[in-house]
Design a protein around this ligand. Sequence first.
Ligand SMILES: [Zn+2]
Length: 98
Amino acid sequence: MYCEKCGDIKSASVHGYFFGDRLLEDVYFEFDLVDGHVVNVRTEESAAAYMDDLNEAKWLKVAAECNQDELDGGCEGLRCIACHKPTVWMSKEEYEDQ
Ligand SMILES: [Zn+2]
């Protein structure tokens, strides 16, 4: 993946609102990208206490599928973990082509 501000990145996050609606508003799910696949999905650290009250395993699974869909669809819903901006593309080439 490629971030407009940070360059090549191997991790990104997606807003839980995409698949959990109000329940996951303001919770971001982070993941790493390895060989085009979403791996190591986790909730951001600041949401740990909140997730204790939910079925975190279930939501991590949903988040993994959502993130893979976002990757395949061009990363529109993804956010850069480092700069927190939605400036993520699948590749530098894709970014330069737009
Ligand atoms: Zn960035």
